[in-house]
Design a protein around this ligand. Structure first.
Ligand SMILES: Nc1nc2c(c(=O)[nH]1)N[C@H]1C(S)=C(S)[C@@H](COP(=O)(O)OP(=O)(O)OC[C@H]3O[C@@H](n4cnc5c(=O)[nH]c(N)nc54)[C@H](O)[C@@H]3O)O[C@H]1N2
Ligand SMILES: Nc1nc2c(c(=O)[nH]1)N[C@H]1C(S)=C(S)[C@@H](COP(=O)(O)OP(=O)(O)OC[C@H]3O[C@@H](n4cnc5c(=O)[nH]c(N)nc54)[C@H](O)[C@@H]3O)O[C@H]1N2
Ligand code: SF4
Ligand SMILES: [Mo]
Length: 828
């Protein structure tokens, strides 16, 4: 701990415990401030404060937290000074973690359902059982399925589990048990659109890491930079930096309503929903016609004369492409006609604004274009995403200073046993059936139906209901609640009725209402668990939670629940889980990897990881500078990379370059033709594809996240609820934002209770006039209408947006098109 840190820690300690007087009187020793583990924390003598390192789990940002505990009670949570993401700061949600720990509605231990009838309004009538009993019930069920050759009918659905010690164990469980369905992630209900768009163009199917500190122009298409985009807390910090440095980073933000992000930007553009791709193509058109592209990354005409003129084709031989592929085809087949005037018609954004943005973006270096669910949660999301990402190639932002990278993973050691050694006959047989295509996943990912998707969670409920490809028997939920979060979530309520549901949430979730058995997890302040970072600055980083207190109730960390079930399965699988033993053992083995690879902060084993809460290793290994790629040689970016190395490590496309004509998409030309009606020979070209807007209404319906909303984790915190929509107000709910003109035309007054209707049904909400929302669009923040999760969450009835959001997905990425439904609104 350096001097500054210990001073700050000491001051925090004084503030947090209110113990200034006691300290002045010499009553409390400072040794209590060193981070120590759970059992030690519990054993401390009366009045002593201990600080444990943990990681906030309310959103995906992975902020390191210092948790202050006195007399076994947590009373303060602060951002860790030594967390590169938190830097001593937290967003307002982070401090509220104690309310999650002490939530009065938490489950107190394992339980079994006694009411056979399932429904929203049916009380499950849970009765307490012991862990032994609960685990035996589950294992008995799984063994039966296995004996009947039906192990594929067991599924585990997961969301916000990140660690190698929790969600990381799921895939192996399925392999050994014999199910293709045990690691069904929620990514198709999250942000697969951006990942897939990047995979198809630069070959990395992943989120980017960004060098925000050095960027001078930020073009933001529908990422909630100051309310949701990751890592939120750090983004607020870096915002302060980029907006005060010299030169100040200029920001243009494109959204469908005014929000904190675009209110703070230099330019706010409100776009017609689902049309960001048209805007990006027009920006590319201007960059090319005005000669503003990065010649060193993209290449140039051989004689240096710019031949890009609106409406005119070029001769591909006249252009020497450097790190890009297909620029001539892209221009000739698509871009030459995508003028700002054309885009104005599509997007409603005036052509002169598009030109201005293109000129600023094209002439300021370094510049980058970021995007997330805004442009991608539409039926044409991947097309929008590819067009936006192409702008990054045009200005040379890939792997450049002030640009974007791909995240490196942590140097973990191997697990205590290798799963491959424990595959019995049953497991082998299932593996062969999966490999031959005979046994698809329940969500049909990887089949002809969804050949390019990474997961298809929103299909699981409906597929089960139809028995297509088969019926599930038993489903376990880990940090996932599609019965509330999925589009057309009511379909899931039906689906849950004949499934044996295992819920692991510590909270009385919507899923729990339909659960047959509850195996409650610890809350994050009680857990020992790893959480590798989401893409941040590129260099590898992984964090560790250490329990601040012994578990308040009879709960179990999910990783241990899974291992305990594994130990009870017949066949050789149980030996594997005996070898893993428990998650602490797993974590100790993972930390062995740090011995040969000590972190920049000195972390080199399990104990030091626990003490610091984070292992990370700077610097990032690669850099593109003026069209040349370099690798870190231990001292600097000195080692020049060959094109084949670039292809292997960085631009992992068929061509080894950024592809304006996607080689991978060309391989799926028949599928693209069938789904989008695009001629097969055009399938790979980044192009404008119009969005579809099902739902039957006349108003676009957007349901974004707000800064105080923490997915399913903060649903029952009244302080968070009261601040969900600071501009609109709100006490127990969020309001539907409606433009006054739109409202008046329908006889709706500000504050009225309204019905929001689509072809799926209707929900109700209170509305507020808001001139910041497009007149053709209404906005209802996602955090509305819980019908479970605890006493404060439930008071926000009626009606979640998912119930009227049509289950339509982007046919390429598979991302659920959350922002694409059209609704009608009238007074209730
Ligand atoms: N506070 C908070 N932060 C979170 C989360 C959370 O629950 N709460 N969840 C995390 C998760 S899981 C994710 S995936 C990320 C998501 O991060 P984001 O994708 O940044 O967040 P969203 O709110 O889904 O959508 C972003 C914006 O898209 C806008 N939008 C809708 N349609 C369009 C359109 O057609 N074009 C444009 N340009 N904009 C449009 C919405 O108005 C919204 O402002 O956030 C993460 N961070
Ligand atoms: N309308 C609309 N719908 C959306 C979105 C949107 O912007 N608008 N966003 C989408 C996005 S980006 C995402 S990522 C998905 C997220 O949707 P899901 O993957 O379903 O995740 P959550 O809503 O976070 O649900 C988390 C569940 O975990 C439980 N839980 C909370 N804490 C713990 C814990 O410590 N341990 C365990 N085991 N369980 C816990 C909660 O009780 C809750 O039931 O929602 C999507 N749905
Ligand atoms: S909610 Fe997210 S941004 Fe806020 S403190 Fe927690 S992890 Fe960090
Ligand atoms: Mo998400």
């Amino acid at each position: 701990m350096n001097v500054l840190e210990s001073l700050i820690t000491r001051r925090r300690f004084l503030q947090a415990s209110g113990a200034a007087g006691a300290l002045a009187a010499g009553g409390i020793g400072l040794q209590g401030l060193a981070p120590i583990s759970q059992s030690q924390a519990q054993r401390r003598s009366a009045g002593e404060t201990v600080v444990t390192k943990n990681v906030c789990h309310q959103c995906p940002a992975r902020c390191g937290i210092d948790v202050y505990t006195t007399d076994g009670r947590v009373h303060g949570i602060y951002g860790s000074m030594n967390s590169p993401i938190a830097n001593g700061k937290l967003c307002p949600k982070g401090h509220l973690g104690t309310y999650i720990l002490y939530d009065p509605d938490r489950y107190k231990g394992p339980m079994r359902r006694t009411n056979p009838n399932k429904g929203r309004d049916e009380d499950p009538q849970f009765e307490s059982i012991s862990w032994e009993e609960a685990l035996d019930i589950v294992a008995g069920r799984l063994n039966n399925l296995r004996d009947n050759d039906e192990s594929h009918r067991f599924a585990i659905l997961y969301g916000r589990g990140w660690g190698a010690s929790c969600a990381g164990l799921l895939g192996t469980f399925g392999q050994l048990y014999g199910s293709p369905n045990t690691a069904l992630g929620h990514s198709s209900m999250c942000s697969d659109g951006s990942m897939v768009a990047k995979g198809l163009t630069d070959g990395n199917e992943a989120y980017n890491a960004y060098d925000y500190k050095n960027v001078n122009y930020l073009l933001n298409f529908g990422a909630g930079f100051l309310e949701a985009f990751r890592p939120y807390n750090y983004l607020m910090q870096v915002w302060g930096h980029i907006r005060t440095k010299s030169p100040k980073t200029r920001v243009t933000a494109i959204d469908v309503h005014a929000n904190a992000t675009n209110a703070a930007a230099d330019r706010k553009l409100l776009i017609r929903p689902g049309t960001d791709g048209a805007m990006a193509l027009a920006i590319a058109h201007v960059i090319l016609t005005e000669g503003l592209w990065d010649k060193e990354f993209v290449g140039d005409f051989r004689d240096g004369r710019n031949r890009f003129e609106s409406g005119e084709v070029i001769d591909g031989d006249t252009f020497n492409q450097r790190w890009v592929h297909g620029l001539d085809v892209w221009w000739n087949e698509e871009l030459k006609d995508r003028t700002p005037e054309w885009a104005e018609e599509v997007t409603s954004i005036p052509a002169r604004h598009i030109r201005e943005v293109a000129r600023e973006f094209g002439t300021t270096r370094p510049a980058m274009a970021i995007f997330e669910r805004g442009p991608t949660a539409h039926s044409n999301g991947t097309w929008n995403g590819m067009a936006i990402h192409a702008l990054n190639a045009l200005v040379g932002a890939l792997f450049a200073e002030g640009g974007m990278f791909y995240q490196m993973g942590p140097s973990y050691g191997p697990l205590p046993a290798s799963a491959g050694d424990y595959m019995d006959d049953h497991a082998q047989r299932v593996r062969e059936r999966i490999a031959s295509g005979e046994l698809p996943r329940i969500d049909m990912k990887g089949t002809d139906r969804w050949p390019l998707a990474r997961n298809m969670m929103q299909e699981i409920g409906p597929n089960h209901h139809k028995g297509d490809p088969y019926k599930l028997d038993t489903v376990m939920f880990y940090l996932n609640n599609p019965i509330w979060t999925a589009p057309d979530s009511k379909a899931w309520e039906e689906a849950f009725k004949d499934i044996f549901v295992i819920e692991t949430s510590p909270f009385p979730s919507e899923s729990a209402k339909y659960a047959d058995i509850i195996l409650p997890d610890h809350t994050y302040l009680e857990r020992l668990q790893d959480a590798p970072s989401y893409p941040f600055e590129g260099w590898p980083i992984t964090t560790l939670r250490t329990p601040a207190v012994d578990p308040l109730y009879d709960t179990k960390v999910f990783g241990d629940t899974l291992i305990e079930i594994g130990k009870r399965i017949n066949g050789s699988m149980s030996e594997y889980y005996q070898a893993l033993d428990n998650t602490e053992n797993v974590l100790r083995h993972l930390a062995e990897g740090f011995r040969d690879n000590p972190g920049s902060n000195g972390v080199n084993d399990f104990e030091s990881w626990k003490r610091e809460g984070v292992w990370y290793k700077k610097p990032y290994h690669w850099r593109q500078r003026r069209g040349v790629f370099y690798e870190w040689d231990g001292e600097g970016y000195n080692r020049r990379m060959s094109p084949s190395e670039v292809r292997e490590k960085l631009l992992r496309t068929p061509s080894g370059r950024f592809e304006f004509v996607s080689g991978k998409l060309e391989q799926y030309a028949d599928y693209v033709a069938q789904e989008f009606g695009i001629p097969a020979e055009r399938a790979g070209i980044i192009q404008w594809v119009a969005p579809e807007h099902p739902g039957g209404g006349d108003l676009y319906f957007s349901t974004p996240k707000t800064a105080m909303h923490a997915e399913g984790r903060g649903a029952n915190i009244p302080h968070a609820i009261s601040l969900l929509q600071p501009v609109m107000g709100g006490r127990r709910t969020v309001y539907l934002e409606i433009h006054p003109e739109t409202a008046r035309a329908r006889g709706i007054r500000s504050g009225d209770r309204v019905k929001i209707r689509s072809e799926l049904g209707e929900i109700e909400a209170y509305c507020r006039y808001f001139e910041g929302t497009r007149p053709d669009t209404v906005v209802l923040p996602m955090e509305h209408g819980h019908w479970a999760q605890g006493r404060w969450a439930e008071s926000r009835k009626p009606g979640h947006s998912g119930e009227i959001t049509v289950n339509r997905s982007d046919r390429i990425s598979g991302l659920a098109s959350y922002y694409t439904t059209k609704v009608s609104v009238e007074r209730a």
